[in-house]
Design a protein around this ligand. Structure first.
Ligand SMILES: [Fe+2]
Ligand SMILES: [Fe+2]
Length: 365
């Protein structure tokens, strides 16, 4: 009885986020997969584990797309490839201080994210598996700044707490988060408090150092997001079963890394300043107490570090890549980032369930 109730609750919660197959092929497919994974795999379907990993990735990519679209509407190139906004010249100029091609890179990163979730959902559907749809949670407000579409959003870019320890993590030659090591913040102020990464309204377009602080926040946030994807794909790839699913993860994951390296380079150009409206400080990362190899801004490739065992020679690697609990870890990191401030409990329940299922997946099952 209790088991039945639990199953009923699960399936009603699944209905919140799983969809896209109106004819019911998804429901039938998953039922078969749960009943007999080996038969389903043999018939060209996915193992339950592979489907769960792909669904978590689809959800993560939908969330990424939502945030990148908000950046593109105000700070990217406005065209038919990534449509929606009309741009904010002042915000685009402030981003341009980090690199004159920022608008192009924001546009291209946004388009990439659209293709990631669209592809993964299409692949799931092609295997008769449930797809992911988070549309019912598009309820968060848009920026009121000129240039932004007024539509419901999944993510909140106006109250961010940005972990900037990726900066020192990729510059360390002696530490690795998979060994339990921790890393200092490049911008300590950004890792506490809540800051906008897009102008909340046209009042945020001045004074100049306030707007530049918003653009700098975006610059560090871009890299935070993309380093997350850079680790997530290799971490999950260790537990997929089907060679084609492995190929998908190994082919999308490195594009996240291409994004990350670009953004790591641009964040290093964020000018040192103090936001006069809230005291947020962007330090000169080349000067004391920063500076030295852990902070110097022209390092945009990973420093080699310890990997697997301390006794092995150091190796230039993505880190972390530990696979246990990685989906839940990613969800926690995005939540701590403030991206979901304003979302109701069912949103977190739905994402929690997708992460739990992905983390339960094992190679071969
Ligand atoms: Fe992506
Ligand atoms: Fe990404």
């Amino acid at each position: 009885m209790e088991q039945t109730e639990t199953a009923g609750r699960r399936s009603s919660r699944r209905a919140f986020v799983l969809g896209g197959l109106a004819v019911g092929a998804g429901t039938i497919g998953v039922g078969r997969l749960l009943a007999d994974p080996s038969a389903a795999f043999g018939s060209g379907g996915l193992t339950p584990g592979d489907a769960a990993i792909l669904r978590f990735l689809a959800a993560a990519e939908i969330l990424e797309t939502d945030l990148w679209q908000q950046y593109n509407e105000l700070g990217g190139i406005q065209d038919s490839e990534v449509s929606g906004g009309s741009g904010s010249a002042a915000y685009t100029d402030a981003l341009g201080v980090l690199d004159s091609d920022m608008d192009q890179y924001i546009h291209d990163n946004t388009e990439d994210e659209f293709t990631h979730f669209t592809f993964i959902n299409a692949y799931l559907a092609s295997k008769g598996a449930d797809t992911v749809n988070l549309d019912r949670f598009r309820t968060l407000p848009s920026s009121k700044a000129t240039g932004a579409q007024q539509i419901g959003r999944l993510t909140n870019l106006m109250q961010l707490t940005v972990d900037t320890s990726w900066w020192t993590r990729y510059r360390s030659r002696t530490k690795n988060p998979d060994f339990g090591d921790t890393f200092p913040q490049a911008v300590p102020g950004l890792s506490q408090g809540q800051f906008p990464a897009i102008p909340r309204n046209d009042g945020d377009l001045a004074p100049p150092d306030h707007l530049q602080a918003i653009a700098n926040t975006a610059g560090f946030h871009f890299a935070f997001i993309e380093q997350g994807g850079t680790s997530l794909y290799p971490s999950l790839a260790q537990r997929v079963t089907h060679p084609e699913v492995l190929r998908i993860l190994l082919s999308i994951g490195p594009t996240e890394t291409m994004h990350f390296q670009t953004w790591m380079d641009k964040a290093g150009n964020a000018p040192a300043l103090t936001d006069p409206t809230n005291g947020l400080v962007f330090p000169d990362l080349n000067a004391a107490p920063f500076g030295g190899e852990d902070f110097q801004t022209n390092l945009i490739m990973p420093e080699p570090t310890i990997f697997l065992r301390r006794t092995f020679p150091v190796c230039s690697i993505i880190r972390p890549t530990e696979t246990d609990g990685v989906a839940m870890g990613a969800l926690k990191a995005l939540t701590a980032n403030g991206l979901f401030i304003g979302q109701p409990p069912p949103f977190f329940t739905a994402l929690h369930e997708l992460a739990e299922a992905a983390d339960a997946a094992r190679h071969g099952s």
